[in-house]
Design a protein around this ligand. Structure first.
Ligand code: AHR
Ligand code: AHR
Length: 479
C-alpha cells in the first residue's frame, strides 16, 4: 500500500498527492511531474517505473542530457486534478517573467529510494508552485491533514517554506485563511525550542508552534536529513507532528486548541509549495513528497504512513558528476567558449573575472587564478574554492555575482560558497552548479564571473552561448 491507500483505509482520503520521487498510491501509474529543457523548450512527463513505484529518473537524465531542466508541474496523483504549477504573482511578485516565481531545477535534490535514483524539488529563494483553483480541498473550518517529507538540512529564516492550504487570491486575506506545514527558522511569529529549524503551521498572519503566539516548548528543533512533517486541523483543534523519515515513529509536538483569533478557520483551499500565502518567496527548502487529506487523520493512520515512508528508504546519493573535482587538490578553471579558451577564473580583489594566464605571468597573477578545493562550506557533499593568494577567502555569490570573500562564519556565506560540479554542459570539463540555486552555475560573461541561469532576468542569464560559458576545464593550479 502507498501512503494514500493508508489514508483511504483510515477514512481520510488524499485529495491531493504530490511527489517527484514516487507514486503515493500502490496502483498509480500516471505522471509524477514534468520537466522542461532549455535546449528546445520542450516538456516531458516523468512517470513511476511501475505502479506504486519510484520515479523514472533515468528518463529525466536522458531528456535533460547536455542541457538545463526545470520542474514545470508536479502532478496530483489523487485524481482530483490538484496539480502544482509555477506560482503567479500575488501580494509579492516573484523574480520570473510576469512576476511569477521561478521553477525548481530538475537536478537540485538527487536521492535514492530503496537504492533507486530520484529527484526531489529543491526550492531556492524566489521559487514556488501553486494551484488557486482546486477541487475537494478543505474550505472554511472543514477538517484536513497534511504530511510532507522534507530535507531537514535545507532551510532558512525567510517567509515561508510552506506546503498546504492557502488563499485563492495569492494575497493575505487575514488570520485563519491558511493552514499549511511550515519548515524553517523564521522567528517573526512562532518558535520552538533551540535554534530551529522547526515544523510549524502557517495559519496566515503567523507561523504557529502551538496555540501561543511565540514559544511552544513542545516543538523541538528538528534537523534530520530526511524528516516527516505533519500538520492537521479540525474545528478548534489542531496538531503538529514530526519524526525522522528514515527510521522510528512520529512524535506529537502540539495538540490542542486554535490560537486566539483562529477559531473558526477561514480556509480558502488553494495549494502552495515553497512560498507563503501571499506569494512571499524568500524561503528555501526541499520537498520530496506530501499529501493533503479530506478529514482529520487519526494518529494511528499517520503512524502507518510514517512506517510506509521509512520503508521507502530515502537515502542521500552523490551531488556531483563529471570529472572529479577532488577535495584537497589545487586547481585552475579554464573557460571553454571559443572566444576565451586561454582564460581562467581569477580574481582581482573581491571581483571574480577571467584572465589570460600563461607560464610567464608573475606568481601573484598565477595565484590569483589558482584555487584550493575544500569540502563545501555549506554542504560537504559539494565543494568550495579557497583562494590560493588569500587563504580563508572563498568564491561565493551575492546577488548572483561571484565574489571572493573572507569566510565570516555565517550560514549565508557558507551556502553561497558551496558548489556542486556536474559534467560540463557542452561536453567539456565541469559545470559548477550553485548548491543553493541549482538552476545556476559559474558563468563568465564579458569576462566577469556570475552564477547564471539558462534564460532569466539578468543580461548574464542570456541563452546564447550558455552551455559553453558554464563549462570549465578543471586542471592543475598555476601556483
Ligand atoms: O503567516 C505567515 C505569512 O504571512 C503568510 O504565509 C503570508 O501570506 C503572510 O505574509
Ligand atoms: O547570489 C544570490 C543571493 O544573493 C545570495 O544567496 C545572497 O547572499 C544574496 O542575497
Amino acid at each position: 500500500a502507498g501512503p494514500c491507500d493508508i489514508y483511504a483505509s483510515g477514512g481520510t482520503p488524499c485529495v491531493a498527492a504530490h511527489s517527484s520521487t514516487r507514486a503515493l498510491f500502490s496502483a498509480y501509474t500516471g505522471p509524477l511531474y514534468s520537466v522542461t529543457r532549455g535546449s528546445d523548450g520542450t516538456t516531458t512527463n516523468i512517470n513511476a517505473l511501475s505502479a506504486g513505484g519510484v520515479a523514472n529518473a533515468a528518463a529525466q537524465d536522458s531528456f535533460c542530457a547536455r542541457t538545463t531542466c526545470v520542474i514545470t508541474e508536479i502532478f496530483d496523483q489523487s485524481g482530483k486534478g490538484n496539480h502544482l504549477t509555477q506560482a503567479p504573482p500575488g501580494g509579492f511578485n516573484g523574480p520570473a517573467s510576469g512576476g511569477f516565481d521561478n521553477l525548481a531545477a530538475a537536478t537540485g535534490a538527487p536521492v535514492t529510494l530503496n537504492g533507486q535514483k530520484a529527484y526531489g524539488v529543491f526550492i531556492s529563494p524566489g521559487t514556488g508552485y501553486r494551484n488557486d483553483a482546486t477541487n475537494g480541498i478543505a474550505t472554511g473550518d472543514a477538517a484536513e491533514g497534511f504530511y510532507a517529507v522534507l530535507d531537514g538540512t535545507h532551510f532558512n529564516n525567510g517567509c515561508c517554506f510552506d506546503y498546504g492550504n492557502a488563499e485563492t487570491s495569492a494575497h493575505d486575506t487575514g488570520a485563519g485563511h491558511m493552514e499549511a506545514i511550515y519548515f524553517g527558522t523564521e522567528t517573526t511569529w512562532g518558535i520552538g525550542t533551540g535554534n530551529g529549524p522547526w515544523i510549524m503551521a502557517d495559519l496566515e498572519n503567523g507561523l504557529f508552534s502551538g496555540s501561543n503566539a511565540k514559544l511552544n516548548s513542545g516543538d523541538p528543533t528538528i534537523t534530520d536529513r530526511f524528516l516527516t512533517a505533519v500538520v492537521k486541523g479540525e474545528a478548534n483543534n489542531w496538531e503538529i507532528r514530526g519524526g525522522n523519515a528514515q527510521s522510528g515513529a512520529l512524535t506529537t509536538f502540539w495538540s490542542g486548541v486554535r490560537p486566539s483569533g483562529y477559531n473558526p478557520m477561514h480556509k480558502e483551499g488553494a495549494l502552495i509549495l515553497g512560498i507563503g500565502g501571499d506569494n512571499s518567496n524568500s524561503a528555501q527548502g526541499t520537498f520530496y513528497e506530501g499529501v493533503v487529506t479530506s478529514g482529520f487523520p487519526s494518529d494511528a493512520t499517520e503512524n502507518s504512513v510514517q512506517a510506509n515512508i521509512v520503508a521507502a528508504k530515502y537515502a542521500t546519493t552523490s551531488m556531483v558528476s563529471g570529472p572529479a573535482v577532488a577535495v584537497g587538490s589545487t586547481v585552475s578553471l579554464r573557460a571553454t567558449t571559443a572566444c576565451c579558451t586561454t582564460r581562467y577564473i581569477a580574481h582581482t580583489g573581491a571581483t571574480v573575472n577571467t584572465q589570460i594566464i600563461t607560464s610567464s605571468n608573475s606568481t601573484a597573477i598565477k595565484q590569483s587564478a589558482s584555487w584550493t578545493v575544500v569540502a563545501g562550506l555549506g554542504n560537504s557533499a559539494c565543494v568550495s574554492f579557497e583562494s590560493r593568494d588569500t587563504p580563508g577567502s572563498y568564491i561565493r555569490h551575492i546577488n548572483f555575482v561571484l565574489m571572493v570573500n573572507a569566510d565570516d562564519g555565517t550560514k549565508q556565506m557558507h551556502e553561497d560558497a558551496t558548489f556542486c560540479p556536474q559534467a560540463g554542459l557542452n561536453g567539456q570539463g565541469n559545470t559548477i552548479q550553485a548548491w543553493g540555486y541549482p538552476t545556476r552555475a559559474f558563468r563568465h560573461f564579458s569576462n566577469v564571473g556570475y552564477i547564471a541561469s539558462n534564460g532569466g532576468p539578468d543580461t548574464f542569464d542570456a541563452t546564447a552561448l550558455y552551455n559553453d560559458d558554464v563549462s570549465f576545464v578543471v586542471g592543475a593550479a598555476f601556483a
